[in-house]
Design a protein around this ligand. Structure first.
Ligand SMILES: C[S@@+](CC[C@H](N)C(=O)[O-])C[C@H]1O[C@@H](n2cnc3c(N)ncnc32)[C@H](O)[C@@H]1O
Length: 312
């Protein structure tokens, strides 16, 4: 059974205590936003244009708030409109509390407490376009991958960028996700992609990934592996629910399957830390997709003119 929203948020708060993902993401954006924009952002705007940013599945804003702050500072524009699409009312409330406590000068928030699918179909959002769309750690929950990628891409302004933060494929968490897809064959699990599936989908959709940045992070899951299943703590049970995206995984999964998953986790996906702890690598692959617009059109037109010139 897939995790209920309530159980998911309980498990997510345990996860946040045990991972350094937020810390490494924030450090990365502080150090790299300027070069990311220099390399990939191709929108020319005047000083009085508002920068429009959409964040999909922003959670409680602990990652998104610093990202907005870095984007605003690096772009050098005084006004930014940030649309926040997040279905969980309690998360939106925590995000609002956070920006009330630590305001972001020059950023206007437009809060949309709804799923991306509902937002995308709503009349209010019709024609909304953005210079930057950020989807950090939430692509897994948005339904059909091809559909959602197309929808997000179509909401980009020409030259704008889509930032997709997903688990890096082939190692640690990404490797586990790929393994679980073969073991736990139901719809809840097929939605857990790694960067590999996302890159393949982008390729099939002809959406070029212009850059992939790897932002390292580790999750300490020793508490899930250093005791027999019937002696695991509440936190360890919640962590295994979070990792497998199953409610009550340890109690409900058939013992053989549970044993296999725990063995795979301990031997194939983790490495030992300095104190012998089990560390699950859960690095983020940040895929950058730019909507080619004006620049591409100019290039195509130039090639066309050169072709015509060579004929006459
Ligand atoms: C793993 S959290 C990521 C939070 C934050 N972006 C971060 O990087 O820490 C995933 C978020 O996606 C939200 N979410 C789930 N289903 C969604 C949907 N259909 N549309 C938009 N957001 C969704 C969840 O409520 C949750 O806040």
């Amino acid at each position: 059974m897939a995790l209920s929203t309530h159980k998911y948020h309980e498990a997510h708060s345990v996860y946040r205590r045990l991972t350094n993902r937020e810390k490494t993401l924030i450090e990365w954006f502080h150090g790299n936003t300027q070069s990311l924009l220099d390399n990939d952002f191709a929108v020319s705007m005047s000083q009085d244009t508002d920068v429009k940013v959409l964040s999909v599945g922003a959670g409680d804003g602990h990652v998104e708030r610093p990202i907005f702050s870095c984007l605003r500072d690096s772009l050098g524009y005084s006004k930014m409109n940030a649309t926040i699409v997040e279905p969980e009312a309690s998360s939106i409330q925590r995000f609002q509390d956070l920006v009330a406590k630590e305001p972001l000068q020059g950023v206007n928030f437009d809060w949309r407490c709804q799923t991306f699918q509902k937002y995308d179909k709503s009349e209010e959002a019709m024609g909304d376009k953005f210079h930057i769309i950020a989807c950090m750690g939430s692509l897994y929950y948005l339904g059909d991958l091809n559909e959602v990628l197309k929808n997000m891409y179509s909401r980009l302004e020409d030259g704008g960028i889509l930032l997709l933060g997903v688990a890096q494929g082939g190692i640690g968490f990404g490797k586990l996700v790929q393994y679980l897809q073969t073991k736990l064959d139901n719809s809840a699990c097929t939605e857990r992609y790694s960067s590999w599936e996302v890159q393949d989908a982008c390729k099939n959709l002809n959406m070029a990934v212009s850059q992939t940045y790897i932002i390292e992070a580790y999750l300490d899951i020793s508490m899930c592996l250093d005791k027999p299943p019937d002696q695991l703590s509440q936190d360890a049970l919640a962590m295994l629910d979070y990792i497998t995206y199953r409610e009550d995984f340890v109690r409900r999964a058939p013992p053989d399957l549970r044993g296999e998953v725990l063995r795979f986790l301990g031997s194939e996906c983790t490495e030992r830390g300095p104190a012998g702890e089990f560390l699950l690598e859960e690095s983020t692959a940040l895929l950058v997709i730019r909507r080619e617009g004006y620049i591409l059109h100019c290039f195509v037109f130039k090639v066309f003119l050169e072709g015509v010139a060579s004929l006459v």
